[in-house]
Design a protein around this ligand. Structure first.
Ligand code: ARG
Length: 477
C-alpha cells in the first residue's frame, strides 16, 4: 500500500508541485530528530483546542494517546517518514490521520508550521543545552581533578610561546577551566532569553483560536509566551546566540587542544596520553598521536561555520517567516553533533593523561624564566625598575656566555655583574620562590590556586544545579 501524503495546501493551485520543488522543499532527514518535541507540543495544542471548543476533552484525550503511541512507534523504528512527507509536521499529521481519521485534521486549527517549527527547535535546543552543559561540566571536573593533583607542580608559563615565568601546572589547567566556566555561564544566560514560547503565534499574526498561549508555554517548560507573534516566528537570534556560545566554547576547546599537542610532543614531554585516548600510525610503529585534540580543533571550525550560516541567513531577512529560516536546524544539529562527540573525548583525554612533573620542573627554569625575579628583587631593594631591567639583562647575557642558568649563579658571579646583586637574592632564584611570590588574588601561588579551585568548585556546583533544574521535555541525542 502506498502512503497517502498529507496535503497542507494546494486547493487554489491548478497543477501539482513539480518534482524539483518537492525535492528542494523536503526537509533533511536529520530534522526528524525533533519528532518528540513536535508531539509534546501537539499535545499541548490539543488541550488548547479543548479550551477553544474545537475538540472535546475526550477527543483531545484520544489525540494525545495516539500521539503518545506515534512517539513510541517512531522511537522503536516502527514508522518512518516517507519520501512524500515534506517535513516532520506533514509526516506526523499523516500518521495521526491514518490512526484517528478526521480528528487529526482538526488539530491543525489555530496553529501553523511557522510557530511549530520555531517551537520544536527551541525546545530541542533548551534540552540539548543541558546535555552539552553536563558534558562541559564533566570536562571541567577532569581539569579540576588534574589541577588538584598538581598545585605545586612547577612548569613553564609562556608568552609569545616563549618561556616567560614559572607557574603551577594547576594554574595553567585552571585557566582553561575558567574559560569553560564562562561558556557554561553564557549558556545559562542564553537560556533566560530562550525561555519564551513561540506557540500561539501561528503564521505570524497570532492565533484566533489558541487564545491562551501562556498555558501551553508553561506546559512546555517555558517562562511565558513570546511578546510579539511576528518576532516569535521570524526571529532566530536565540539560535545564533546558542551557536555563538558553542562556537566560543569550540574555540576555547581548540586552544586547549593546541596545548595538548605541545605538552604531549617529544620536545615538551609534559604529559603522556593514555593509550585509550591516543592513536598510532599505519606506517610508523613508534607513533602516538593526539587525534582527539586534532579532531577537536578541526570541529571548532565547523562551529564557527554554523554560527556564520545562521547570521548570514538572518541578515536582510524581512519579518516574519521565510524558508531561509530552515537553515537554523542544519546549523544547530551540525554544532550539537560535533560537540556531543568531542567533549567527552577531550574530558577522557584530560582525566587519564599522566603528568611528568620532574620534566616540567626541570624545564620550568629553562630560558631564564627567573629573570623577572631578579628585576623584582632589585626593584624591591630600591633600584628603579628601568635600571633593574638593564642589570637583569646583563645578568642573563652573563649566564648565556657561561652556559649556566640564573639559579646556578654564585655570589661572585652576581657581584661581577652588579654590586647591588647581593647574595640574598638567591633566595628568590628558584621556581618555587617565583610561584610563591605571586600571592595576590588570581596569582599562581599554591595557596591562591587552592582558593581558586575552591571558588571554581562552588561555581561548578551552581552550574550543576542549573543543569538539573529544568523541567521541560527531555531530549534524545
Ligand atoms: N519545514 C519548515 C522548517 O523546517 C517549516 C515549514 C514552514 N513552511 C512554510 N511554508 N511556512 O522550518
Amino acid at each position: 500500500m502506498t502512503e497517502q501524503s498529507v496535503r497542507l495546501w494546494g486547493a487554489r493551485f491548478r497543477t501539482s508541485p513539480s518534482p524539483e520543488l518537492i525535492a528542494l522543499s523536503r526537509s533533511e532527514s536529520s530534522y526528524f530528530r525533533l519528532v518528540r518535541y513536535d508531539l509534546t507540543s501537539s499535545m499541548a495544542h490539543a488541550r488548547e483546542l479543548v479550551r477553544a471548543g474545537i475538540l472535546t476533552a475526550a477527543e483531545a484525550d484520544e489525540v494525545c494517546a495516539t500521539l503518545e503511541t506515534i512517539g513510541a512507534d517512531y522511537e522503536a523504528g516502527r514508522i518512518k517518514p516517507s519520501p512524500s512527507d515534506e517535513d516532520i509536521h506533514t509526516f506526523l499529521e499523516r500518521i495521526l490521520g491514518e490512526r484517528v481519521g478526521i480528528l487529526g485534521g482538526k488539530l491543525r486549527a489555530g496553529r501553523s508550521r511557522n510557530d511549530q517549527a520555531a517551537n520544536d527547535l527551541k525546545l530541542y535546543l533548551r534540552d540539548v543545552a543541558r546535555h552539552i552543559g553536563s558534558d562541559i561540566l564533566n570536562l571541567q571536573n577532569a581539569l579540576v581533578e588534574q589541577a588538584e593533583a598538581h598545585i605545586t607542580t612547577l612548569t613553564t608559563g609562556f608568552t609569545h610561546l616563549q618561556p616567560a615565568q614559572p607557574v603551577s601546572f594547576a594554574h595553567q589547567l585552571l585557566a582553561h577551566a575558567q574559560t569553560f566556566a564562562r561558556d557554561l555561564d553564557r549558556l545559562r544566560d542564553w537560556d533566560k532569553r530562550a525561555a519564551r514560547s513561540p506557540l500561539g503565534a501561528a503564521a505570524l499574526a497570532g492565533s484566533a483560536i489558541a487564545l491562551q498561549p501562556e498555558l501551553s508555554a508553561r506546559e512546555l517548560g517555558y517562562d511565558a509566551p513570546c511578546e510579539n507573534s511576528i518576532d516569535a516566528v521570524g526571529s532566530r537570534d536565540h539560535v545564533a546566540e546558542f551557536l555563538f556560545v558553542m562556537a566560543m566554547f569550540g574555540v576555547h576547546l581548540s586552544r586547549l587542544a593546541e596545548e595538548l599537542f605541545l605538552w604531549s610532543s617529544r620536545q615538551f614531554r609534559w604529559i603522556e596520553m593514555d593509550d585509550g585516548y591516543a592513536t598510532g600510525s599505519s606506517i610508523m610503529p613508534q607513533k602516538k598521536n593526539c587525534d582527539i585534540a586534532e579532531l577537536t580543533r578541526g570541529r571548532a571550525s565547523r562551529l564557527i561555520g554554523s554560527l556564520t550560516t545562521m547570521l548570514v541567513a538572518l541578515k536582510g531577512l524581512a519579518f516574519a517567516y521565510n524558508r531561509d529560516l530552515a537553515e537554523d536546524k542544519h546549523a544547530a544539529f551540525d554544532t550539537i553533533d560535533a560537540l556531543t562527540l568531542v567533549v567527552p573525548a577531550m574530558a577522557g583525554l584530560i582525566r587519564t593523561m599522566r603528568v611528568n612533573a620532574d620534566i616540567m620542573r626541570r624545564q620550568s627554569v629553562e630560558g631564564f624564566t627567573l629573570a623577572t625575579e631578579v628585576a623584582d628583587w632589585l626593584a624591591k631593594s630600591g633600584v628603579p625598575f628601568s635600571e633593574a631591567h638593564e642589570i637583569t639583562g646583563a645578568l642573563v647575557r652573563y649566564c648565556e656566555d657561561k652556559s649556566i642558568g640564573l639559579e646556578d649563579l654564585s655570589d661572585a658571579d652576581l657581584a661581577a655583574v652588579d654590586e647591588r646583586l647581593l647574595p640574598s637574592i638567591k633566595m628568590s632564584l628558584s621556581p618555587q620562590a617565583a610561584i610563591e611570590a605571586r600571592k595576590a588574588y588570581g596569582g599562581t601561588a599554591p595557596d591562591r590556586v587552592r582558593e581558586q579551585i575552591a571558588r571554581l568548585k562552588s561555581v561548578l556546583d551552581g552550574q550543576k544545579e542549573w543543569l538539573s533544574s529544568y523541567a521541560g521535555p527531555r531530549a534524545e541525542r
